[in-house]
Design a binder for this molecule. Structure first.
Ligand SMILES: [Zn+2]
Length: 128
């Protein structure tokens, strides 16, 4: 099963996005693929699908890699619910609940995220 908790096999869900053989057709699919990338520790995919305007890029490339790597290492990604998805030409919003376990503690957080389309690719811009 895919680590984005879609109940679909990984090979038919987020893997083609992670392999870069397919681009997510919309921001909701990109959102799912980023969640499963965190679950699998695919640091490059997280970086490559983050919009250049995201505050993450105020840090050095090494700091960014370390931060994402340790977040992935220390976290279990136990569930994802997409609550709302507002699609658009070049701008889209996804509201989701992410279920995580960190240090044996269950965490649940809700975020509304902004996604921007750049050269045919949806990218995560920032939380709203
Ligand atoms: Zn998936």
């Amino acid at each position: 099963m895919c680590p984005c908790h879609s109940q679909i096999a990984y090979a038919e869900c987020c893997k083609p996005f992670h392999d870069r053989t397919r681009l997510p057709e919309n921001a909701s699919l990109l959102m799912r693929s980023r969640y499963s990338a965190y679950a699998l520790g695919l640091v490059d995919y997280i970086i490559q699908t983050t919009h250049p305007t995201n505050p993450l890029f105020t840090k050095s490339p090494l700091e960014i890699r370390k931060e994402i790597f340790y977040f992935c290492e220390e976290t279990q990604f136990t569930g994802l619910e997409i609550l709302n998805f507002t699609d658009g030409e070049t701008k889209a919003y996804v509201t989701f609940v992410a279920h995580l376990i960190q240090g044996g503690k269950k965490i649940r957080f809700t975020e509304k995220s902004l996604f921007l389309k750049q050269e045919k690719q949806w990218l995560y811009a920032q939380k709203c």
